[in-house]
Design a protein around this ligand. Structure first.
Ligand code: HEC
Length: 203
């Protein structure tokens, strides 16, 4: 302790260059330490930046800017009515175009927006999405069966649903109950309704 106080005193009394060097070393230690903490928090980065060690899935931030629009479905009526806009990473699309499969770690986001229609110079009863959001669905491809005891993982994907009041929490707890039945018609195409995503086709 005494020697630490002594060295701090020495740094303060030392020349400007020594002080700058000491500051540099201190900042380097800080940067390295925060890197380690972040890596621990984010889990298996090499798998997916949106999945932590326990298999908790998060909604990708800024996905409209960072991901590619695969295509949209339009649901005319009912609870899910409006536009279903679907996004995935550009690398996932390139992999799909080449191999016909989604690569490990691929993320698919589906955003639901209400619609409004009116008469435009293009025609009558033209629909567009509004800026409101209903909810988001996310699927993360897992070719290795990483989270066997986690009920939001299985059949090759992680499955998540986010509500607008808290986009950090996956409100679905069991994909077999909440998702799989409705995706059964798309089982042959890895549970994904690929007919709605022309971006996956070769240009
Ligand atoms: C009521 C039936 C229904 C339920 C429940 C449902 N889905 Fe879907 N999902 C669909 C249909 C149909 C599509 C494509 C057409 C559309 O969006 O209307 C789709 C599309 C998606 C897409 C875009 C990629 C794709 O597969 O085409 C994602 C991502 C998705 N769903 C995730 C989920 C997750 C995660 C759950 C569970 C939390 C879930 N869905 C529950 C019917 C459903």
């Amino acid at each position: 302790m005494v020697s630490l106080q002594y060295s701090i005193k020495k740094i303060f009394n030392s020349s400007l260059s020594t002080r700058i060097a000491a500051l540099g070393v201190a900042s380097l230690i800080f940067v390295l330490a925060s890197g380690v903490v972040m890596a621990m928090k984010d889990g298996d980065k090499s798998f997916s930046p949106y999945v932590d060690k326990q298999g908790r899935i998060s909604l990708p931030k800024d996905f409209r800017l960072k991901m590619v629009h695969l295509g949209s479905f339009f649901v005319p009526e009912g609870e899910a009515s409006g536009f279903h806009d679907v996004y995935a990473e550009a690398e996932a699309v390139l992999h799909y175009r080449k191999n016909g499969t989604f690569p490990d770690g691929a993320t698919i986001v589906k955003e639901l927006r209400p619609s409004q229609s009116g008469d435009y110079t293009t025609g009558k009863n033209v629909s567009h999405a509004t800026s409101d959001i209903k909810q988001w669905f996310v699927m993360v491809k897992d070719t290795k069966g990483r989270f066997k005891d986690n009920s939001v993982w299985g059949d090759g994907w992680g499955w998540a649903l986010f509500k607008t009041n808290d986009s950090s929490v996956n409100v679905s707890q069991d994909y077999k109950k909440d998702c799989l039945g409705c995706h059964a018609p798309a089982k042959k195409t890895d549970w994904v309704y690929i007919e709605g995503y022309p971006t996956l086709n070769k240009p």
